[in-house]
Design a protein around this ligand. Structure first.
Ligand code: ASP
Length: 324
């Protein structure tokens, strides 16, 4: 039996601070949303839920909050549709499930869990993945249910500027591009959500979910559903990432943290800071990650100006932060 306290961390994306339009009220609303989800996760940990159940529950709550780019509130593809990606992984068993390009499954993280437990595979994509989720009894919604007027305005403005595929972060010149009701600039923010947890039995788990990037090519898959890139858990560490997906894929960012700890004997902080501060920037990667180790350490580094993030140790009050 593990004697370390159970703990949990979540993120709602990394990005650039939108100073000119950040109201104290908007900042507080984001922090409150993160704390509420942490409290829900902490309650599950307190009643002995597994790390796997806790990360799934927290990511599902983040998917349901339309402020975050996952589930409802997901960004649009160039075709004006939504394609959702998610993954989940359990450390001590290394069981994992992932989905990409979902269009009708309300909670992609639940579909990822179903793939893990009931498909005999690790990853399913597209319409067949939605059909599998439906057959598993997971709620299906109309493809336009994920959209919001703010996200549609974001797409139209990006397309009005030339129609290039644009990452959330890649819009420094695009003033007034999209809604500006959050502390992080939606034009320069990676809105993926994620959770990592260590439970009372010392089990680790990680989950990540995203709508991807605004105006992405239909069919584009980012790092979030790719195990080892945007999500990873083993016996050493659990990691969930957010940022420029292609760079996280080329760096195998989440797995690199584990590799450095296991092969170089690095501590969690040293490994995370090397990946976020050295490995990712070397290939132009911007963003951050949340990580929890088997030893009960937490690390939430980012190389952007801010990252929506929070953490809680069982029995303690949740902490949420946006800026450094
Ligand atoms: N990493 C995600 C992707 O590339 C984007 C994000 O973090 O918001 O799909």
């Amino acid at each position: 039996m593990n004697t370390l306290p159970a703990m949990l961390a979540i993120h709602g994306g990394a990005g650039t601070i939108l100073r000119q339009s950040t109201s104290a009220g908007a900042e507080q609303a984001y922090l409150q949303a993160l704390q509420d989800i942490l409290r829900a996760g902490e309650a599950l940990l307190a009643q002995g839920s597994s790390a796997l159940d806790v990360v799934e529950a927290c990511v599902r709550l983040l998917e349901e909050d339309e402020r975050f780019n996952a589930g409802r509130g997901a960004v649009y593809t160039a075709d004006g549709t939504h394609e959702l990606d998610a993954s989940i992984m359990e450390g001590h068993t290394r069981r994992a499930g992932a989905v990409a390009g979902l269009r009708t499954t309300r909670n992609p993280v639940r579909a990822a869990r179903a793939v893990m437990e009931s498909s005999g595979h690790v990853m399913l994509i597209g319409a067949a993945a939605d059909a599998f989720a439906a057959a598993q009894g997971l709620e299906q919604v109309s493809p336009d249910w994920f959209g919001t007027p703010e996200r549609l305005a974001q797409l139209r403005r990006v397309q009005g500027e030339g129609g290039a595929a644009v990452l959330d972060h890649d819009g420094a010149r695009r003033q007034a591009l999209i809604r500006q009701d959050g502390p992080l600039d939606e034009r320069q923010k990676f809105g993926t959500v994620g959770a990592v947890a260590l439970d009372a039995q010392g089990r680790l788990a990680a989950a990540t979910s995203t709508g991807g990037m605004t105006n992405k090519k239909p069919g584009r898959v980012g790092d979030s559903p790719l195990l080892g890139a945007g999500c990873y858990a083993d016996e050493t560490v659990a990691v969930s990432c957010t940022g420029t997906g292609e760079a996280f894929m080329r760096s195998l960012a989440a797995h690199e943290v584990s590799a450095q700890m296991r092969h170089l004997g690095r501590g969690l902080r040293e490994a995370c800071e090397d990946v976020v501060g050295v490995h990712l920037p070397a290939v132009g990667g911007q963003g951050g990650m949340i990580a929890v180790s088997r030893q009960g350490e937490l690390c939430l580094p980012f190389n952007t100006e801010g990252m929506y993030r929070g953490w809680v140790r069982l029995g303690e009050a949740p902490e949420a932060r946006i800026f450094r």
